[in-house]
Design a protein around this ligand. Sequence first.
Ligand code: BES
Ligand code: ZN
Ligand code: ZN
Length: 483
Amino acid sequence: MSATHETDILLAAIAVVENRKSDPMTKYLTARATAETRPIHLVTKDGLKGWLKKQPVAVRRWVEASAFDAAAGRFTLLPDEKKGVGGVLAGIDDADMLWSCAALPAALPFGRYAIEGELSGEKASALALGWLLGTYRFDRYKSFDKDFSSLVWPKEADQQAVVAMAEGICLTRDLINTPAEDMGPAELAEAAKTLAKTHKARFKAVVGEDLLKKNYPSIHAVGRAAEKAPRLIDLKWGSKGPRITLVGKGVCFDSGGLDLKSSGGMKMMKKDMGGSAQVLGLASMIMASRLPVRLRVLIPAVENAVSGNAFRPLDVLDTRKGLTVEVGNTDAEGRLVLSDALTEACSESPDLLIDFATLTGAARVALGTDLPAMFCNDDAVAAMLLRHGETEGDPLWRMPLHKPYRQQLESKVADLCNISNGPYGGAITAALFLEHFVEGATPWVHFDIMAWNLGSRPGRPEGGESMGVRATFGMIKEFIAKA
Ligand code: BES
Ligand code: ZN
Ligand code: ZN
C-alpha cells in the first residue's frame, strides 16, 4: 500500500469521526509539488543575517526594506525575476516549530507551498501539525468562502503520527464547540460510538434508570433532572499491553443545578464536557497509532439541569464505592459523576488511570487558562508527563495532593462533603475528593483543565481546545515501552 493510499484511508476515517461539512483538513498537506508550488524558506532570528548574505542583492534589499525580522510567525513574500511572488521567507523559533508557521495557511496568498531545505523528523512533524491546526475552523453552522493554502508534506515528517494528532485534536475541538443542544449525553455517546466503529472498539453505555440498577447512583443523581438521560459511556479497545483507562468529565451543560451559576459563569458551560472531549481525542490518537495497550474510556455524560426532581443542597448521595457524600453545592457536580466512573475504572486494576475534567474555577485562578493543573500520585509518571509537556510544546503544571487539606472535605452527616469548608485551594480539595475513589495502588493522573481558548492565536482559535493531550500521548508511549 502506498503512503498516499494509506493517507486517503485515514482521511476517510477523519470525515466520519468529525462529521465535518467541508473536506477533511488534511487536504491541506499534499503529497506532490506542482509547477506552481512556491518555496518557503525558514529562518530564525539569529540566522537571518547569514541567510541574507547568500541572497542576490535584489532579494536582500527587498527583505531589508520590508522590515522583516524573522520573529516566529512573521513572514514576507519574496519576489521572482518577473516581479511575481517567487517564494516566502518565514520566521521560526526552533523551539516552537509547532506554532511558528501555523498562521501561514490562512495568511499566505492562496496556493501550494513547500518547505525549502532539510528539517529533522521532529521539526518537520511539528511544523506539519501546526500547518494543519492553522486550517481548523468550526464549520458546522457556518460556511466560509476563503480557503487555506496547502503544504507539500515535508519529507522528514511522520505522516501517520501527524494525521493521528490532528484528527484527535480536531475531534476534541469540534465536540467542545458544538452547543449543548446538539451535544447532549446522547450525542456525546454517539460520537464515542462512531469513534469506536472507526477503530473496531467495543462500545456500551448504561443509560437512565439503568444507572441505578447497575449501581452508579451519583451519575444518576446529578443527571436525573435533565430531559436528556444521563449515561455512562464505556469504550474498550486492544487486547495486549498495559491496561490504560481514561476517564473524562462529560457534563454537557453545567447550569450549576439548584445552586445556579450566574449568567456570566454559565455562559461557556457547553464546554463542561471538555474532559470527555480530551479523552476521546486521546483515544483516537492511541487507536489510530495502534499502540499496544488495553484501552478503556469511561465518560459519565450528564446535563446538570434544574427541575422539580433535581438533587438539592444538603442531600446525601450514595456512590458506587459505598461512601456517602453530602452535597454542599450542586455546582460541584463534576467530582460527583467522576467518583462513580473512577470506582468502576479501578475495579479492573488498570496499570495507569488518567482523568481529564473542567473541574474547578480555582485551577484557572491558580494557573491561568492555558496551563492545565496536573495532579499525580506517582512521581515517576508525573516526571514523565512534565518532560513530554516540554518536548511536545504542551505545557502543564503539577499541583500537590496535599493530605492535610483532606479534613476540609469532612461532613457532619456523611462520609464526605462535595465542597470544602473554606475558600482556598479549591483545585487541590477537588483533586483530594477524587482521590477518595481511586484505589491507592493505582497510578493515577488527574487533569483540571480549561479546555477553551479565550482568544485566538495562529493554530489555536478561540473556542474548544485540546490541553495536556499531546503530553499525555507522549508519556503513554514511553509508559508502554517501559512496561
Ligand atoms: N464546571 C465547573 C468548573 C469550571 C468553571 C471550570 C469555569 C472551568 C471554568 C464546575 O462544575 C464548578 O462549577 N465548580 C465550582 C466548584 C465549587 C462550587 C466548589 C467552582 O469551581 O466554582
Ligand atoms: Zn459545576
Ligand atoms: Zn462542571
